[in-house]
Design a protein around this ligand. Structure first.
Ligand SMILES: NC(=O)c1ccc[n+]([C@@H]2O[C@H](COP(=O)([O-])OP(=O)(O)OC[C@H]3O[C@@H](n4cnc5c(N)ncnc54)[C@H](O)[C@@H]3O)[C@@H](O)[C@H]2O)c1
Ligand SMILES: O=P(O)(O)OC[C@H](O)CO
Length: 336
């Protein structure tokens, strides 16, 4: 299975960066951008300065705002829109998807209401098996990769040949993809780390240091692994790139929108003010703390940090008070 012609649906930070990764691996890439002016900028200037200022895109990347045109002849279709808009976007694109195309998901989130992982949403809308979708996850801050800083990722799919086909299509001198068959674990790792990054940002905004960060990262990983194990993930996945790898990068980096969002809340800003400050870009954890909390409650898994982020983001609770409550919970064994 060789993939030469790829369509990327979504021209934000990660969609544009992933298009560059594919083109730098020798693939022909057509992007779909929601706004015609963004499509024109990519096509004519080879830039997308609204998302990736100063980055020049390879000549192999072109763009259109016409989804039918973008999808014509695609051997792989990369879905690069935010989690909560994936269902609506994919519903509009469903009839345009080439029959044999490999579907690839970049989104990191759990859908509100249905509590589905992104591959499950894609499976339902596109009429394919959800674990046949290739899920991309890992420590992949778009702005670093767009500057060709070395990074690795996981490409998870039950169909190993499909994962390998997309792996080969995106392997280049600065981007090293690994395959995995644990779709559930890779998706949950990616969705949960956004929520934990909110908490790390919040702790930084409150003035706390490395011990607090390390505690949140480690206990965040513990609650993610608890949920994952309950839902059928391989616990080893959480020790890998889609688990601790992504968690560390997102929780530590000022480039992370989730961490930045949390830091603003920790400094006393409201959710609306923080939303404005991240420039309309999506901090997925703000929505995912709600859906992941519901998912966990449904299967009887305790996720105290996620619960705390829900109370701050959706119930207006004060971050300092939530932090004190987290610390003051009933004492317990580390692994209970
Ligand atoms: N940015 C990163 O570093 C990064 C890395 C890995 C994964 N991801 C994940 O990839 C997904 C996309 O992230 P991104 O960084 O490209 O997001 P972004 O906010 O930078 O861009 C989103 C893109 O989707 C388009 N879009 C279409 N319908 C939309 C709608 N209804 N609402 C909002 N935008 C809509 C926007 O126009 C834009 O082109 C997210 O799930 C994110 O968690 C992001
Ligand atoms: O900027 P964030 O917080 O959406 O995180 C980006 C990536 O998911 C990091 O792997």
């Amino acid at each position: 299975m060789t993939v030469q012609s790829v369509t990327v649906l979504g021209a934000g930070s990660w969609g544009t960066t992933f298009a560059k990764v594919l083109a730098d691996a020798g693939r022909d890439v057509t992007m779909w951008a929601r706004r015609p002016e963004v499509a024109a900028e990519i096509r004519e200037e080879h830039t997308n300065n609204g998302y990736l200022p100063g980055v020049v895109l390879p000549g192999r990347v072109t763009a259109t705002d016409d989804a039918a045109l973008a999808l014509d002849g695609a051997q792989a279709v990369v879905l690069a829109v935010p989690s909560q808009s994936l269902r609506a976007n994919l519903t509009a694109w469903r009839s345009l998807l080439p029959r044999e195309a490999i579907l690839v998901s970049l989104a990191k989130g759990v859908e509100l209401g249905t509590l589905k992982r992104m591959s499950e949403v894609i499976g339902e809308i596109a009429g394919v098996r959800s674990d046949d979708v290739v899920v991309v996850s890992g420590p992949n801050l778009a702005k670093e990769i767009a500057r060709q800083q070395p990074a690795a990722a996981v490409f998870a799919c039950a169909d190993h040949d499909k994962a390998v086909a997309v792996q080969q299509a995106s392997f280049n001198s600065y981007f090293r993809p690994y395959t995995n068959t644990d779709v559930v674990g890779c998706e949950l790792g990616g969705a949960c780390k956004n929520v934990i990054a909110l908490s790390c940002g919040m702790a930084a905004g409150l003035g706390f240091g490395a011990n607090t960060m390390a505690t949140l990262i480690t206990r965040g990983l513990a609650e993610t692994a608890r949920l994952g194990s309950k839902l059928g993930a391989d616990p080893l996945t959480f020790a890998g790139l889609a688990g601790v790898g992504d968690l560390v990068a997102t929780c530590a980096s000022p480039l992370s929108r989730n961490r930045t969002f949390g830091e603003l809340l920790g400094r006393g800003e409201t959710v609306a003010m923080a939303q404005q400050a991240v420039g309309g870009q999506v901090a997925e954890g703000v929505m995912s703390c709600q859906s992941i909390r519901e998912l966990a409650r449904g299967v009887g898994v305790d996720m105290p940090i996620t619960d705390a982020m829900f109370r701050v983001c959706h119930e207006g609770m004060n971050p300092a008070r939530v932090g004190a409550e987290l610390l003051g919970r009933q004492q317990k064994h580390e692994w209970s």
